[in-house]
Write a protein that binds this ligand. Structure first.
Ligand code: HPA
Length: 278
């Protein structure tokens, strides 16, 4: 079976959702959080945690990206029942966009209405001083793939509206929390590329002209599926490095992970603050 066939289809979604539902028992999560590279510690704050290895969930591939734990944690954060995915699936690992977005389809089947996505990204806006956090206002899909390609999944639309991909009200809540907690949080546009090679300086200059403030290799497939299902999204980028060519330093994944670890505490504070206000 191809990757694409494994990732799509209500059979795969239902099988994965059944396993998660059985493990979490009476917990009824309403919010799901997807953690990006170096941000796994955000899951440590989950109370009464039930840890489900991704290998136990049918259709979920083994996470291969370093810095991703490979588990789904269910429990409560600030009293809100949540699911936290620590180990997303990337297109650059060879997965189809359907596999990258499978967790969101499973979350939707489990009744999630709000999705919080996080990622590591390179800073394009010259004012960014990594490591810092960016509130994602919008995105540009330069992966040239879309998880909605193919037959329409049950509960999804053929042509979903994408004019408010990162929910206006949730962004306002995030800004409120940032102000209260004195966390610097600029809003910006996230451009998603396939990767896994980092960008060239010429590509970063192109992205600057296109209006991107940060660049990464994830998130967009998940948000597209969430919007197709009417799930509202909130997104944060941890700006782990200055994008290629904007500083003399070469980029490394070690630097990305280390910077992520430095802002993970602030990110957890922001997410918890938003959950309190939901
Ligand atoms: N480019 C793409 N993805 C990234 C970067 C970057 O500079 N930093 C962290 N993820």
């Amino acid at each position: 079976m191809t990757d694409r066939e494994q990732g799509a289809g209500s059979g795969a979604i239902g099988a994965a959702a059944d396993v998660v539902a059985r493990r979490i028992g009476s917990l009824q999560p309403r919010v799901a959080i997807v953690l990006g590279s170096g941000l796994g510690s955000v899951a440590d704050a989950v109370q009464s945690a039930i840890r489900i290895p991704q290998s136990a969930i049918p259709g979920f591939p083994k996470p291969a990206a370093p810095g991703h734990k490979g588990e789904l944690v269910a429990g409560t954060l600030e009293g809100v029942p949540v699911l936290v995915l620590s180990g997303r699936f990337h297109l650059y690992e060879g997965h189809s966009p359907q596999v990258a977005a499978l967790p969101v389809r499973v979350f939707a089947r489990l009744g999630i209405r709000t999705l919080v996505v996080t990622n590591a990204a390179g800073g394009i806006r010259l004012m960014f001083r990594p490591p810092n956090l960016m509130l994602i206002a919008d995105h540009i899909n330069l992966m040239f793939r879309n998880p909605l390609e193919g037959p329409i999944e049950e509960g999804e639309q053929r042509f979903p509206d994408m004019s408010d991909p990162y929910d206006r009200d949730l962004r306002a809540l995030a800004r409120e929390v940032a102000l209260q907690e004195k966390i610097a949080l600029e809003e910006g546009v996230y451009a998603a590329l396939l990767g896994p090679s980092y960008e060239t300086p010429a590509e970063i200059r192109m992205l600057q002209r296109l209006g991107a403030d940060a660049v990464g290799m994830s998130t967009v497939p998940e948000v597209i599926v969430a919007r197709a299902r009417g799930i509202r999204c909130l997104g944060f980028s941890s700006i782990t490095n200055v994008a290629a060519g904007l500083s003399a330093a070469p980029l490394s994944h070690e630097e990305v992970l280390a910077a992520g670890t430095q802002v993970a505490g602030q990110l957890a504070t922001l997410i918890r603050g938003v959950l309190v206000k939901l």
